[in-house]
Write a protein that binds this ligand. Structure first.
Ligand code: BGC
Length: 429
């Protein structure tokens, strides 16, 4: 493939080929609500690991790590806060021309109303270093971790607290928009509200603030939609040409038995609730639709998930990379805004699936592009192995492996070398 019937390349010229990260998962030495929660829950997560994760195909290999409390502490991260230049050089060597990263609110405003100039300067340098390498920066303002003072005040449960987020966005807009053309406001509000406020998923464990209240989860969800809308206004006022969006977690939700009344109904409800509810609320305040895609979910009966059991990634997620295609089509049909795949990847410690996964994702995008869907970029999750939230350190999502036991040594995985070549082939000369 790669070319259309007229012999032209299918991916547009300015296509963003990038990788994604988030601050808390790579930077190191955080002081936010997550780092506190990790210290409080590391032991229980280690103790319950076998019960929660024993069924995974990789259990024997990860057991020693999963049963060790240190696995659940983000700690030094992968020292990306210090080593970002080295990491950008690696990204460049992989032919990436874009990079998504987090601006950690708890670093900018460690105490309410007190701005840390060093942290602001750090991110200024960070963005400048990306630009120097001709890598398009895509900062992300909220990827779940928050300042402790903010969550102590009730976080996004209280509408009145939105003014704090607004003030942070304004500060970012005042200080850090130089050289920036794309901004993501929020990452996956549906995942945060579900794991933080609704379920203590037996696999994922709990997430802060672990409230388990339907009422609160709905409030938080609504407040996050408001937060995005306000952020959009602030950012566009500061720089009208800025492209602003959010990263939505979309699952390829399908009926287990097509044409079965209950399976179809569950599918409709889940598609709306999980995929589209939030995006619908912010449809007028986004310049692009950010899509994070990881899995297909098949539903049966009364919203019971029944996905095929092979092939599974290391975390037990059913892998269907081509499931990206129907989502691209639907997102385009609903909103008619350009789409950026803001995350897409696979937990794969042996690097046995990643190349296949990326190739299938490219095919899915080519099909969608050929049918008129506007796609402006693809960001692989992730550049580096990173801290996988309540799972800790054992899941490996990186194009680049990081050996935390041996000086944080970075090693480019074979699939990443292949991806780098693939990008060259796909680019318009
Ligand atoms: C999140 C990332 C996470 C990835 C893999 C996404 O939902 O945005 O933070 O690491 O999934 O689980």
């Amino acid at each position: 493939m790669d070319k259309n019937q007229k012999g032209q390349k299918i991916f547009p010229k300015a296509f963003l080929w990038g990788a994604s990260t988030s601050a808390h998962q790579v930077e190191g030495e955080p002081l936010n609500d997550w780092s506190v929660w990790e210290l409080e829950h590391a032991h229980v997560l280690a103790k319950t690991a076998h019960k929660r994760l024993g069924w995974l195909p990789v259990w024997d290999e990860i057991k020693h790590q999963a049963e060790d409390p240190y696995n659940y502490i983000s700690g030094r991260g992968v020292e990306h806060y210090e080593r970002f230049r080295e990491d950008f050089d690696i990204a460049k060597s992989l032919n990436l021309n874009a990079f998504r990263f987090g601006i950690e609110w708890s670093r900018l405003e460690p105490e309410e109303g007190m701005w840390d100039q060093e942290a602001i300067d750090h991110y200024k340098t960070y963005i400048a270093e990306l630009k120097k390498r001709h890598i398009e920066p895509m900062p992300n303002l909220w990827h779940w971790s928050m300042p402790i003072w903010f969550t102590d005040l009730g976080g996004f449960e209280k509408k009145a607290n939105l003014r704090y987020f607004e003030r942070f966005v304004q500060k970012f807009a005042d200080e850090l928009l130089d050289g920036v053309n794309f901004v993501i406001t929020l990452n996956e509000p549906n995942v945060y509200t579900t794991y933080g406020y609704l379920t203590g998923d037996p696999i994922t464990g709990m997430w802060p603030p672990a409230k388990r209240s339907l009422r609160k989860s709905l409030l938080v969800y609504q407040h996050l939609a408001l937060a995005h809308r306000q952020a959009y206004v602030i950012l566009k006022q500061a720089k009208p040409k800025l492209q602003v969006g959010l990263a939505a977690q979309l699952a390829n939700i399908q009926a287990y038995r097509p044409h079965n009344f209950f399976d179809e109904l569950s599918t409709k409800v889940m598609r709306y609730g999980w995929n589209w509810w939030f995006l619908r609320r912010v449809r007028n305040e986004q310049d692009f639709v950010g899509v994070n895609y990881y899995f297909s979910d098949y539903y049966t009966g009364l919203a019971k998930r029944k996905s095929p059991s092979v092939p599974l990634n290391d975390m037990g997620w059913y892998m269907e990379p081509e499931g990206l295609y129907p989502l691209l089509l639907r997102a385009w049909a609903h909103y008619h805004k350009p789409i950026i795949v803001t995350e897409n990847g696979v937990a794969d410690r042996h690097d046995q699936y990643r190349q296949w996964w990326i190739e299938e994702s490219i095919v899915a995008m080519e099909r969608a592009l050929s049918e008129g869907v506007e796609i402006h970029g693809y960001f692989h999750w992730s550049l580096l192995d990173n801290f996988e939230w309540a799972y800790g350190w054992w899941p490996k999502f990186g194009l680049v492996a990081v050996d935390r036991e041996h000086g944080m040594k970075r090693t480019i995985r074979p699939s990443a070398k292949w991806f780098a070549k693939r990008i060259k082939d796909l680019e318009v000369d």
